[in-house]
Write a new protein. Structure first.
Lengths: 207, 308
């Protein structure tokens, strides 16, 4: 211990790990994480005992990465919330509430949704056409700016004549409906996943 | 004072303690095998330097981590649906990273890149599924007991209260409009048609309501085996051509898909038993009780957590 060999070895291993983290951060453009790693490297160079005395080193490093990961998660969530809202546009209040929570997760490299949405790496997070991506970003921007989203009032009113006709002529459908009703009620079944990604599901009876 | 001589046996003592903590967990067999190899090597050598050189040459200290992790991940993967790319992505990518790592720093580097990649890619893989689940929900309302089936049953049995009849008819109308809108969104967003969805082995199954009853999405219980055909038929011949309610119900007379009902609790339990028996030879089902929890720690000391 006194000749520093063990300390040097442990310091070198810690340095390798921080270098690895730094390189990964640089490749991902996580500038503050890379700078944090560089700072640690310099401290280890000056004081090999640094990794022994700085107990929270790895926790602190993870804390630097978390905002980047959270931002990615929040951006994804915003899209899923938009998709669910856009499907029927029947519950804008629920969508607004969920989006508000998701927006709080955005921080790196910006907390502004519009800024993030314009960054190519964030565009690449979303699997959709450019046209639909535009609808997504415009809708979220509108929600942010106005606190409101459009609603569709779903109603069968436009087909009221069809519904009334169906009721009036229900007896003429008796034969078709009886034919359907005479069919057996098929029991539920089990769907088994295949052995590999080229395979097919297999249906088997439960009984 | 005489110098302390460290023998390989003495040096290995902490490893024996680590081994003892996991030796009764067969799920860790790949890692345990590396420990045993290390101990055999210790028996073979009396000289610590020669021993450590051989340990280093075989990279055994790293393999204590990596082989353990690979074993756990392989076993976990055997309990998943290989078509479910969203579910298996993080496990498959983690496995690749462990397989490629040759030392701790290497693993940290790859795991770092991986954590960002998984955060970016997994939700992206799940996105198409979300759209199809929405479409499936509309089709089920249109065609199910709250829609077309409800109307047909009321007419066939003569038990036809007007409010319930009107409610089912309204549901059919609204679900049809919503399904048409959803497929238009899917087409605009993903460039997929209804036929494209049906051609995708995994996606098409998301059209129907089903629940996992085995492992990590290894088997699902669903109603009528023809349910997918029933929904596809309704979409192609009624929803897409915007058939009137009268015409939609009239055309039913030529179809023989059978009626459907949801599985009851007894059937779900029976399905679980059949699925378990079918897959009992897969490693996941042999070690399932040892894989409970969200993470497993591998390696000595700080080591690594394998997220399951």
């Amino acid at each position: 211990m006194q000749n520093g060999l063990y300390t040097g070895g442990a310091a070198a291993m810690a340095m390798d790990r921080v270098y690895a983290n730094k390189q990964a951060a640089e490749e991902m453009g996580w500038t503050d994480v890379a700078a944090f790693c560089e700072d640690i490297i310099q401290k280890i160079k000056v004081e090999p005992y640094y990794t022994f005395t700085h107990y929270n080193l790895w926790t602190d490093l993870q804390a630097k990465k978390d905002p980047w990961l959270k931002t990615i998660e929040g951006f994804h969530r915003l899209f899923v919330d938009f998709m669910e809202y856009d499907d029927t546009r029947s519950d804008p209040e629920r969508a607004l509430s969920k989006m508000a929570e998701d927006l709080k997760m955005l921080s790196k490299p910006s907390s502004d949704f519009a800024t993030l949405a314009a960054i190519p790496s964030f565009r690449a997070l979303i699997d959709c056409s450019d046209a639909y991506y535009k609808e997504f970003t415009e809708t979220v921007c509108k929600a942010v700016a106005t606190g409101r989203l459009d609603t569709i009032q779903w109603s069968a009113a436009s087909c009221q004549d069809q519904i009334e006709q169906l009721w009036d002529k229900r007896n003429t459908l008796l034969e078709a409906c009886r034919h359907w009703y005479s069919q057996e009620v098929r029991p539920p079944c089990l769907r088994l996943s295949p052995e590999n990604a080229d395979g097919h599901y297999k249906l088997i009876a439960i009984e | 004072m005489d110098p302390v001589i460290i023998t390989p046996q003495k040096w290995l003592e902490p490893f024996r303690t680590a081994y003892d903590t996991i030796k009764n967990l067969p799920v860790r067999e790949r890692g345990l095998a590396v420990y045993r190899k290390l101990f055999e090597m210790g028996e073979k050598h009396s000289d610590i330097t020669e021993f450590l050189v051989e340990v280093e040459q075989e990279n055994l200290l790293w393999k204590l981590c990596s082989e353990d992790a690979l074993g756990i991940l392989d076993i976990s993967l055997s309990g998943t649906d290989p078509l479910d790319k969203g579910l298996t992505y993080s496990m498959r990518r983690n496995r690749e990273a462990w397989d490629a790592s040759v030392c701790e720093a290497d693993a940290h580097y790859l795991q770092d890149l991986l954590s960002a990649d998984i955060a970016k890619t997994t939700p992206r893989l799940l996105q198409p599924e979300h759209y199809v689940l929405c479409l499936g929900a509309h089709l089920m309302v249109y065609r199910g007991p709250k829609g077309k089936e409800g109307i047909m049953e009321m007419i066939a049995t003569g038990n036809c209260p007007q409010p319930a009849f009107m409610s089912c008819a309204s549901n059919m109308v609204v679900a049809k409009i919503q399904a048409r809108r959803t497929i238009a969104i899917i087409n605009r967003a993903l460039g997929l048609s209804f036929d494209d969805i049906l051609a995708d082995e995994f996606l098409r199954c998301k059209l129907i309501a089903s629940s996992n009853v085995c492992g990590l999405s290894k088997a699902y219980v669903q109603s009528n085996p023809n349910l997918l055909d029933i929904l596809a038929d309704a979409f192609r011949h009624e929803i897409d051509p915007d058939l009137s309610l009268m015409d939609a119900i009239q055309r039913e007379s030529s179809l023989t898909f059978g009626r459907w009902r949801m599985p009851d609790d007894r059937e779900v339990e029976k399905a679980k038993a059949i699925a378990r028996s079918t897959f009992q030879d897969l490693p996941y089902f042999q070690y399932e009780d040892q894989l409970q929890g969200s993470k497993i720690h591998v390696g000595m000391g700080e080591g690594f957590d394998i997220n399951l």
